[in-house]
Every structure is written in C-alpha cells, then in structure tokens.
Design a protein around this ligand. Sequence first.
Ligand SMILES: [Zn+2]
Length: 620
Amino acid sequence: MKWSAGIAVMSCAFLLGIGSAAAGAAEPIALTVDASQVAGQNVMFAHETLPVSPGPLTLYYPKWIPGEHMPVGPIGNFTGLVIKADGKTIPWERKTRDMFAFQVNVPQGVTRLDIGMTYLGATYGQYSSNRLATTNMGVVIWDQTLLYPSTGTIQDTVFKPTLILPGSSWKFATALTGAHRTGNTVTFDAVTMEHLIDSPLDMGENYRRWELWHDGNASAYLNVFADTPEELDAKPTTIDHYKKLVREMLAMYGARHWRNYNFLLTLSDVMPGEGIEHHESSDDGSAGDYLTNLKALDRGGDLLSHEFNHSWDGKYRMPDGLYQKNLQIPYDDSLLWVYEGMTQYYGNVMSWRDGIRAQKTYPDHIAATYAYYDNEPGRLWRPLLDTAVSAPFLYGAAPGYTAERRRVDFYSEGELMWLKADSIIREKTDNKESLDTFARAFFGQHNTGPIVKTYNRADIIAGLNKILPYDWAGFFKTWVDDISVHPPDGFTADGWKLVYTDKPQHWVKKDNFWYSIGLNMAKDGSIYDVKQGSPAWKAGVGILTKVVAVNGRQYSADTLYNALVESQHSHAPIRLLLERTQTYREVSVAYDGGPRYPHLVRIPGTPDRLSDIPKPLTGK
Ligand SMILES: [Zn+2]
C-alpha cells in the first residue's frame, strides 16, 4: 500500500512497503558519498544531483532519527553546503525557526541542482553521530550525508546511492542490494529514502562474514569489522550461539520481515560501540574483545539479540507515533515501553535461549534489575510513561543523580513489566500459553518483506486479550501511567522471592554499594549517584565528589566492603573522606547493615515457571 498523509495519526493499523524503487518512478536523487578520507581525516564528502522544478524549494537535513527516538541528526557536523544550478552557485538560506531546513530559489529553466556537502565526523553527539571511522574501519549512516526535498515523503523519495571506499583493501557490508564495485566505487540499487536510511554500511580492512542461517533465498549473516585480525577469531561455539539466535527468533515469531538479514558489528577499543536497529540489518558496536573474551560476551550478550528483535518489534510493528512521512516531524515516544521495553525483555531472554549466557544466571539478572528500580527514588515522582515521553532528553541526560531523575527506564522496568505479563499468562493458562504466544501473534504473523505495520496502545491490549482475557488496560494503567512505589514483580508468582545477602552475585559485583549505604561509584571512588534518603545521603554525601579514604585508609572497593563488614559488629559509623572542588571533608555514615546484594531464591513447594522462560525453544 502507499502512504497518504494523515493516516499515521489514525488509530487503525496500516501497511506500507519499504523497498526498491518501482520501475517507471521519477528520476532518483543521485547521491555519492565519498568516504575516501575517513581513515586519515575523519571526514566524508557527499554530492547530490537533485531533479527539481523552478521556484522556491525547501531542503531538509534529517532531524528525528529512526531507532534513536530523538532529534539528533548531527546538524552541527553538516558543513560545506554549496548548491549549484547549471554550474553556477546559487544562494541558500537556513530557516530561522527550523535550523534543519534550507531554502533555495531554483532559477527558471533549471531541472537539476548539484549539491555539495561535507560531513565532519564524530566531533560530538551520541549514538550514530558519535562514531564514524578509525584508521581501518568506518560506518556510513546515509542520513548524515544527504538533503531531501520537503515536497516528498521519505516513503516516495528515491535515491540512487554510490559510495567511494577509502582503499582497495577495504571491504563493506550492508543490507542495500545490487552492489556493483569498480575499483573503490560501489553503486547500489535505487531505493526509497526510507529504505536507504534503514540500511547503514560498515566498511573496513579486517573483516569476516559468517552465514548464520539460510532457507531458499532468505539468509542471515554476521558481518564483523575489527581493529585487528585477532579480534575476528571468534570460536565456532560462539558463532553457533548466533546461529541458534536466528533459529530461536524464528521459532518464537514463526515468521520474519526481512529477506536477508545482516548484523553489522564493529569491534573496536577506539570507536564507540552502539546498537541501532533496522529492518534487515543492525548497526552494532562493542569492544575489541567482544567475540573472543567469553566474559565480555556474557556481559554484553544481548546486544545482537536486542537489535535483531527490533526487526519484529519496532520496525515491522511500529508505534503509530513513530512512523512519519518525513524525518522533521517530532516523534511521539509514548509507546517505547512496548518498542524498547518488550525488546529489552526478549533481547535478554534470547541471550539465554541462544546459549550465550548460562541458564543459572537468569534469576540473578531479574534480581539485579528489580532491585535497581525498587531502589530508585525517582519512581516516586515520575511514572514509567513519563520516562518514555521524555526519552529525547533522558538519553543524553547528565549521569549525576540518575536515580532521582530516572533514566530511560522504559527499557529495563519495561522488561520487568513484560516479565509480569508473561508470568500472568503462564499462571492463568496453566503454562499452556506465554508472552511468546502474544509475540508470535502480534509481531510474527506471516513472512513479509521489510514493511511497516503500525499499532497503538489499544491494539496491544486487544492483542493480549486474544491470548488471555484479562484487565490489560488496568495492568498498563498501574504499571505505565501511575506512580507505583515498587516495580512490577513477575517472579513471586513464578516461584521465586527477592532477598538481600552479603554475597555479590553474577550481575551485581562487590563494588556495588547502592543497596547498603546508597552510593554508586566509579572504580576510583568518584561518586555518580547517591540514593536520596540512604545512609550516605543523610550523611551529606553528594555528586561531583570523590571518596578518597574510608576509616582513614585509602579508598578501594575492598576497603569500603571491609568497612561495611566491620560496622556490623562495631556499630561505629563509617568515616568517608571526601574530595569536592579541591576541598576535603570527612563525613560519618551511620550504617551497620553490612554489604547487601540482591538475589532471587526459590520459594519451596511452588512451581518454578521463571526457569522455563530462558530455556531454548529449539532444544539444546
Ligand atoms: Zn532497542
């Protein structure tokens, strides 16, 4: 079906195809991105040949970036704009109230504009605008290097992309089709702008590609670019986990909305990591040892599963407030507790089902997640919904006093809420159905290409009621809209209870003092959060402060841990020497509760449904 303006704000779901440009369509915008200088100079040049008609024309630089949920198009890095008509430079003017819009007047008789642009890489920003290239790898995010006319929509504006690689030894990977390489120049099939910006490209010199799955013409690949060839030496057992990930996803959803899926993973100790979802690929990044150090893989084990899950939840089924006709219209982020919350749930569940993480660490994960949100003072003033609506400024919020502000809690508290929904369905259907059944019915459906089918809150409620008739509207009112003193508990009914002990656990290490005296600190003692109302807070400890000594001894996590142990017996306050703005002071923290770490323990004599959740659907 085709886009028509206004449909996006209606409540009905609708279907739109994104894909290659239809034959006979208008002449595409020819876009050449010259990445030949990224390795040495961290800069890209772009050129567009834009078909136009004479008269006033507004050109947009992409502002609201899909998957990032924010107006973070890196406009500050977009420079060198020169627009020519028939070889002559014509003036442009930025709109005074919309800095992402440029106005030009196309002279009579002119049918094409030549637009030159320069993208200054990675000088500021977050997520995709925080990374461009190292000396041997790079990431091309097409929306950073283009302008598009205001007259069209991203669904019907067509680009014909070309890329110039930095060198003959550079390889590339992308979900774009029709790649044809001549020397360092690669051309691709013409695509809609929606598809182009949904198809980033990774390139580099150290590259490996593994086929994870195929069935007929459909396939899934893991593409990895790394700082060094050694970082590509993933063990076959590690790759087997990713093969299993694809099988597990297909087993749960029962259908896919991609033809050939490409994980695009950069491994680097210098280029920042990230995870941005797309229909048929994901733009992922982690540290250099991610695939070769099993501890690193365990810790970040949900990166690829999270982004992969978005192909179903987020891209195929998209909240109607996020699907717009262009990238200048603000998002309504209020359903991110589905888009990101349920993806956080399944991204994690899948990292156990695919075997990257050991089954026995799942209860620790739930304990750690629940405990954090149960000890977050900000939940007493800000409902979960407000963290989603506020996403555009919460993603980049300063780290100090995170627990009072709340962060993008729709991810992990969303995960707890979907665990509770899963628990309710499992309990009330006597384990015959689960949230997987809903996921399959709502996000799986039947095989399609990369299309978008929007939904709203009522659709989610109706979909859940089809699996289990229940007061789902009331459920979301309680856990999304209202202030709730405690986070959703999805484990007690599944046979587990939360306890605190002096033993650190898999995800909450010895250096975590949040559940004892209420401090979150970096390794060197720099405080980035103090829980309001906690013993440390009552003693006057604040942020932008460093703990220098504990009871007269130089600070280390062990020193503080030992002081907490001693205080249980001595009942003497713990003395912290603090450094703040070149000034030292000592405070006394009244606390004798010892070290405290959250755990889930079994409730004897009850069925253990929690342990069923991370078990693979496809067997061992
Ligand atoms: Zn996500």
